[in-house]
Design a protein around this ligand. Sequence first.
Ligand SMILES: Cc1cc2nc3c(=O)[nH]c(=O)nc-3n(C[C@H](O)[C@H](O)[C@H](O)COP(=O)(O)OP(=O)(O)OC[C@H]3O[C@@H](n4cnc5c(N)ncnc54)[C@H](O)[C@@H]3O)c2cc1C
Length: 335
Amino acid sequence: MQITVLGAGISGVTTALRLQSALPKASINITAEHFNSDTLSAGAAGIFRPGSGLRGGAGQNVGDWIKSSYNYYSSILASRDASVAGIMRVDGYLFSSGEESVVRNPLLENLLPIYRMATEDEITEICPDSNFKHGAYFQTMVIESEKFLPWGIQKFLQAGGTMTQKKINSFQEVNNNNLIINCTGLGARKLCQDNRVVPIRGQVFKVRAPWIKMFYYGDYDTYIIPTSTQVTLGGTRNFDSWNTNSDEFDEASILARCSKLIPNLKNAEIIRSWVGLRPYRDQVRVEFDDKLWSEKGIQVIHNYGHGGYGITASGTSEEVVKLVLEKMRMNKSKL
Ligand SMILES: Cc1cc2nc3c(=O)[nH]c(=O)nc-3n(C[C@H](O)[C@H](O)[C@H](O)COP(=O)(O)OP(=O)(O)OC[C@H]3O[C@@H](n4cnc5c(N)ncnc54)[C@H](O)[C@@H]3O)c2cc1C
């Protein structure tokens, strides 16, 4: 059996790598319209932090996906590849002027080595002019997809994988004998005629501010997230907006909110303004497509719809590997 992974964002690349580890003799190809810095994933802030809106299908446990991604990235972080793969540990604060529940995150509290409530003194010292009532301090990671994706693809190719740059308009375009893993993000809306996939527009600034060593979250989608080379300042969340242009009013609002949160950001050098469309689905879709199989004889396993948490929830790729192994057992196929 040959496997085609459709899509080369974080979902496609992590899925291809994990399939390769589980099935070293398999012939695996990544086919995608865009690679590396041309993908949505490359622009993401990259912090490992799931939101409460992340959902799976019936019987699926989002906590397992998150744990799987965390362990996966942690193993790379503990290796010599950490820096070239763009993974680093980062700690910081999440503040809220509303309810305490905003700064709680059961998924992270059960997983991270450090997740605690911030004291009043900490809140006042970091944000003296704010009206924040609650805060959480935690240590997590950032995964810089601009580094991770090329690193992952190189590793994949070195292990015998192949890649094809091509836009697919229907699954029939892929060789019929292939098992297809569909990691096309927002592209799945058209490819699968799945109207449950909806863009959530996000605008950010990438700035140079090497003095920012921690992440900070405030009210109204305000965030400051450092990586090894730059800092992401955000953001916006516009449901069902397909606008990929930077908006001057969003820019002004982001700069005002971030520099109110951390005033020394006023001196940061702006590298670029960036807009991405998060591939939101009310339930992330990770399943074998029975309908395509029974009606068209095409074997497709879906892995899309991660919304604003695709880097964090890339552990869905472990579930894909399980589904592939199950399919192989049922088909009695060998590689
Ligand atoms: C402003 C912003 C900040 C974010 N910050 C974070 C963060 O800090 N942490 C986090 O976890 N997440 C974050 N996200 C969310 C994250 O970016 C997405 O969830 C993630 O990138 C989705 O990855 P993906 O691989 O599913 O999709 P994509 O990266 O969009 O990749 C899709 C791939 O499929 C290919 N494709 C699509 N259609 C076709 C087709 N028809 N034929 C061939 N190829 C096709 C594309 O070319 C591409 O290669 C952020 C998003 C935004 C917008």
